[in-house]
Design a protein around this ligand. Structure first.
Ligand code: G3P
Ligand code: CA
Length: 277
């Protein structure tokens, strides 16, 4: 009987060991230092929101890839900043009026540089599949009110990845982020604060931090006091900026938790902070 108990204990122990070992394979970002987020990928070095920009960001040891998501006419999650394809591709029109097949015909690299011709528009699914075991993701829902059901689609997709990779969903639309939080509380959400609304009342901060793990600002429109007020409520702050080192040092002085910049190696040149090497 005693032997039998010991045998059962050993089996349980082995299962726990395997389980813990399995979880250790995840590529969760360890938030002990200021994190470096590549804005639309390393978008100062390669065409924004393309595989080239994301590969460059990973090569430069970004902790997270920031990206923007819309819905195509046939309901696919499309990665692009603007709601129109005009600025970054050789086509013209709204993403929501085109099918994925039509979008895939376009060139998304040539407007940045001839050496990038042939880059195509990608889906959120393709992005996650390509990088989920290498880096975290900061996924912005662009104007979600224009895309009914986008929250459900994104949640359904990231469910397959969040155990392996750090994922944050963000938007300027706080209601949309509340919805994502309700649909999948295990996923962290962030509310982006528009510069015109950066003077947040204590009541508004209480509301936002009740569900948002991050409150994110343009670095020019945040104060140390605001950062402290977010931290006091248990949430974190990311700021976005381009390559203005003065602003970054300001952000560091304010004690923000990370910077979203177009050049992912900067400002943190140190190795990425992954639990499992
Ligand atoms: O992640 C912050 C930033 O991406 C928000 O602005 O216009 O670059 O999407 P935008
Ligand atoms: Ca964005």
């Amino acid at each position: 009987m005693r032997k039998h108990s010991l045998f059962c204990l050993a089996i349980v122990g082995a299962c726990l060991f395997l389980l813990v070992g399995y979880n250790d394979q995840s590529k969760k970002v360890h938030h002990s230092k200021m994190i470096s987020v590549a804005h639309r990928g390393a978008s100062s070095l390669a065409p924004e929101n393309t595989l080239a920009a994301f590969h460059k960001a990973v090569e430069l040891r970004a902790d997270y890839l920031e990206t923007d998501v819309h819905l195509s006419k046939d309901g696919e999650l499309i990665i692009m900043h603007d709601d129109k394809i005009d600025r970054t591709t050789n086509g013209s029109g709204y993403i929501k009026e085109m099918t994925l097949a039509e979008l895939k015909e376009l060139d998304a690299g040539g407007t940045f540089g001839r050496e990038f011709e042939g880059e195509s528009i990608i889906t959120l699914n393709e992005l996650l599949e390509e990088f989920y075991d290498q880096v975290g993701f900061l996924i912005e829902l662009k104007n979600p009110k224009n895309y009914p059901g986008i929250e459900e689609k994104v949640v359904e997709l990231v469910k397959d990845y969040y155990e392996f990779s750090s994922i944050i969903i963000q938007s300027f639309d706080a209601d949309s982020m509340m919805k994502v939080h309700t649909l999948l509380p295990e996923i962290e959400v962030a509310v982006l604060i528009h510069p015109s609304e950066s003077l947040l009342s204590a009541k508004r901060l209480d509301e936002l931090t009740s569900f948002a793990s991050y409150i994110n600002f343009n670095v020019s429109f945040v104060s140390k006091r605001t950062v402290d007020n977010v931290h006091k409520r248990g949430s974190k702050v990311l700021v976005w900026s381009k390559k203005d080192k003065r602003l970054v040092s300001k952000a560091q002085k304010f004690g923000v938790d990370g910077i979203i910049s177009d050049f992912s190696a900067w400002p943190t040149d140190e190795p990425i902070y992954l639990v499992q090497e």
